[in-house]
Design a binder for this molecule. Structure first.
Ligand SMILES: Nc1ncnc2c1ncn2[C@@H]1O[C@H](COP(=O)(O)OP(=O)(O)OP(=O)(O)O)[C@@H](O)[C@H]1O
Ligand SMILES: [Mg+2]
Length: 419
């Protein structure tokens, strides 16, 4: 083997040794969870001791495996085997899969987004051995019932006595009311290894990352609790609590009206939501959520995504040029006029509705669970102002309220008076 060595963070040692049925890794951003789990699985799957073991990687939305679990696992293979990686592992792009050329052990990738995905989980078979390990990355995206389906897959006698069934969860602890906390952290259970890690324990983190985290601590202390310290998100200052992540029919004819809403972004996310309204309630049916893409790239993406061009698209008024580009591409983009106090008014409006989020809108679901009011540092009281991080889908959601909140406004593609 070429001279490549793989290194581990010490604080994951017990995680990598446990045979508990559930290992739940809660941690801050950058604590090293994903890299550790990927390396752990590649070493185990390559080891003849674990012959007959196969791994299923799960994200809520299957396509997101490519840039997360698959990228982490192939990254681990490349670090471990260097330029001889291909000799030891077969790495397929389509369908995504990995196979050890030494043990014949395999890795496959699935989502749990809809009935079709769930049906596919029933027909998992491997050439050798059984499905014994499941890695659920960004596990807070899943519903409890999704995990129950996966859990059911791990059963039956194992021929190789070294094998054991195990589900691994990796996630940031977005909210203290999340079912994962109740199920795996709130009581002692010998089948569960509950683990906590922060970026401060990750010896591979650079100084710039530390500085960014310190800035977040300053600007968004509650977000820092979750993403800097890996503590369960506080729900006290949450802006919206009137939401549910549930499946529903997203067909156009299910709603009284339907429209898009877009918050522009480059370093921040660019978020486009498709929102249906029925009996005054909001249904977030679809999302496009991307970073570091320019407007023409996003338009191309939206075209491929099949975004409905006949629906009005309510956009951030600060960027008339971008609105124009969307219109030139055949969309019905229009500016939402900002006035003093309009953010609060939009939030007030949203608070009085029920908001349903389709589970495929994972970023909207993530944002809404942590979107909170700023806290006054001196008094500890919440202010009337949202924390301005990780709020791009929330901005789009606010814009989506405008045609209902102010139906008298004329939304045109022209600049409103006074611009
Ligand atoms: N064992 C390791 N060897 C080398 N580099 C590592 C190792 N573990 C972590 N790192 C470095 O630290 C970074 C953060 O680690 P990782 O992506 O695993 O964090 P995470 O806990 O999954 O974060 P998030 O919650 O944001 O997904 C990696 O991108 C990598 O650069
Ligand atoms: Mg990760």
């Amino acid at each position: 083997m070429s001279a490549v060595t793989v290194q581990f963070n010490r604080h994951f040692k017990a995680v990598n040794q446990t045979h508990c049925r559930y290992r739940a890794l809660r941690g801050s951003a950058g604590s090293g969870k994903s890299v550790n789990i990927a390396q752990d699985f590649i070493l185990k799957l390559s080891d003849p001791k674990y012959k007959g073991a196969n791994l299923l990687c799960v994200r809520k939305v299957n396509e997101t495996n490519r840039n997360s679990t698959y990228a982490e696992l192939t990254g681990a293979i490349n670090r471990i085997y260097g330029d001889r990686a291909e000799e030891f592992w077969e790495m397929r792009q389509s369908p995504l899969s990995l196979k050890s050329r030494v043990t014949g052990n395999e890795v496959i990738f699935r989502g749990v987004n809809d009935a079709r995905d769930r049906e596919k989980l029933k027909s998992i078979n491997f050439a050798h051995g059984k499905l014994v390990w499941i890695w659920i990355e960004e596990a807070t995206e899943l519903q409890e019932s999704d995990v129950d389906i996966l859990d059911d897959r791990l059963r039956g006698i194992l021929v190789n006595p070294n094998l054991y069934y195990q589900i691994t969860f990796t996630f940031n602890p977005v909210s203290a009311t999340h079912w994962i906390k109740r199920k795996y952290f709130d009581f002692v259970n010998p089948d569960v290894m509950a683990h906590h890690s922060t970026y401060l324990q990750n010896r591979f983190i650079d100084d710039a990352y530390h500085r960014r985290m310190m800035l977040r601590k300053e600007q968004d202390p509650e977000g820092y609790e979750i993403y800097g310290l890996g503590n369960w998100g506080e729900t006290g200052g949450l802006i919206l609590k009137n939401f549910k992540v549930v499946e529903f029919d997203t067909a156009f004819n299910m709603f009284d009206s339907m429209h898009h809403a877009q918050d522009f972004g480059f370093n921040h996310a660019n978020a486009i939501l498709t929102v249906g309204v029925k009996d005054g309630d909001f249904y977030v049916c679809d999302e496009i959520y991307v970073h570091e893409k320019d407007t023409s790239e996003i338009i191309e993406l939206a075209n491929r995504h099949g975004l409905n061009k006949y629906l009005t698209m309510y956009c951030d008024s600060a960027e008339p040029d971008r609105i124009q580009m969307w219109n030139n591409a055949g969309y019905r983009a229009t500016a939402v006029v900002k006035e003093p106090g309009s953010v609060q008014a939009q939030i007030d409006y949203l608070k009085q509705r029920r908001i349903y989020i389709h589970p495929k809108c994972v970023n909207t679901a993530k944002e809404i669970q942590q979107w909170s009011w700023k806290k006054d540092k001196k008094t500890g009281l919440y202010l009337d102002e949202p924390v301005e991080v990780f709020d791009d889908a929330m901005a789009a959601l606010r814009y989506s309220a405008e045609p209902l909140r102010r139906p008298e406004m004329e939304y045109s593609n022209q600049r409103p008076a006074g611009w």
